[in-house]
Design a protein around this ligand. Structure first.
Ligand SMILES: [Zn+2]
Length: 304
């Protein structure tokens, strides 16, 4: 059974500027529903403003809420922040938090959007407005739902925003595996960064992941895991520089879920990046990722 969080507002109308494709969020759900897999859909509440302000600069939060983000920040984000985008990002942030709460009950749950790991304290960047990973992690710890959260970021781009927003926190650990030469040019410092050379294939990728992830689990001892499961390390991705196959992405996702679950930990995923001219092909990649993780979760005993 896949528990997936989705909301109609995830599909904002295509803005008049920028190259970001919003149609994949609709197609991801179509792919999931067409798969015939057992699935329950959950609708999130918008993230309350106070939890966004707990991580982001209140002036920036205010500008997003008024859809009055300065043009230079909109350029950095990659699209204009319209009222529809404001509602979208409040719901996608609420969605990652809800996926976390569902995961605590079911072992694994997915948000069908977000993973907005480039968003910084007082600005968005790289198609990200609010950083749902940092916002959800901070809220879960502040309310006592978790004490130590590991954020595993396997998007092909470094999780620079998450790293900088959680820097200095002993109760949040950020692990980022990414293509070293990819965006962002200036990297932040995650708790652990693994920068990969261009063209790394399934074997090279899994060699790095199977070395670093168990070490991090052992050293940090988290009690909850958030997973940015971007599919842009795929060899056909337009913005990736790595060479993973469909089978490689499945191995990756199953390994991450299995490593969490065999330690008795719940894990929630956010969608992350995935880019290409054929939005349905990209959506199918995301859907396959969530279904593989739900299947892996079903193999784990709960509670352990
Ligand atoms: Zn990415």
């Amino acid at each position: 059974m896949l528990h997936v969080v989705h909301h109609a507002d995830y599909m904002a109308p295509r803005p008049d500027r920028g190259t970001f494709r919003f149609d994949k969020y609709h197609l991801v759900m179509e792919e999931l529903r067409a798969s015939g897999a057992a699935m329950t859909e959950h609708a999130p509440e918008p993230m309350p403003r106070e939890w966004l302000e707990a991580v982001h600069c209140p002036d920036y939060v205010d500008a997003v809420f008024r859809a009055a983000v300065p043009r230079d920040k909109e350029r950095r984000i990659g699209f204009p922040v319209t009222p529809a985008i404001t509602s979208r990002v409040r719901h996608t942030n609420g969605g990652t938090w809800l996926a976390a709460r569902l995961a605590m009950r079911h072992g694994y749950a997915a948000n069908s959007a977000a993973g907005s790991h480039h968003a910084l304290h007082d600005t968005g960047a790289g198609y990200c407005v609010f950083n749902d990973l940092a916002v959800a992690a901070n809220r879960l710890i502040a309310t006592g739902d978790a004490r130590r959260i590991l954020i595993v970021d396997l998007d092909v781009h470094q999780g620079d925003g998450t790293a900088s927003l959680t820097a200095g926190r002993e109760d949040i650990f950020t692990l980022s595996l990414h293509a070293e030469k990819n965006f962002p040019v200036r990297k932040a410092r995650s708790s652990r960064d693994v920068g990969l050379p261009d063209g790394v294939d399934d074997d090279g990728y899994m060699a790095a992941l199977t070395r670093h992830l168990p070490e991090v689990f052992a050293d940090f001892a988290p009690d909850f895991v958030l997973y940015q499961a971007g599919v842009d390390p795929h060899h056909r991705d337009k913005l990736g520089r790595l060479a993973l196959t469909d089978a490689g992405l499945e191995l990756r996702d199953r390994f991450v879920v299995a490593e969490a679950r065999r330690r008795g930990l719940a894990i929630a995923s956010a969608l992350g990046g995935g880019y290409g001219d054929d939005a349905r092909e990209v959506a199918a990649r995301h859907a396959a990722s969530m279904l593989a993780m739900a299947d892996e979760n079903a193999r784990a005993a709960w509670p352990t």
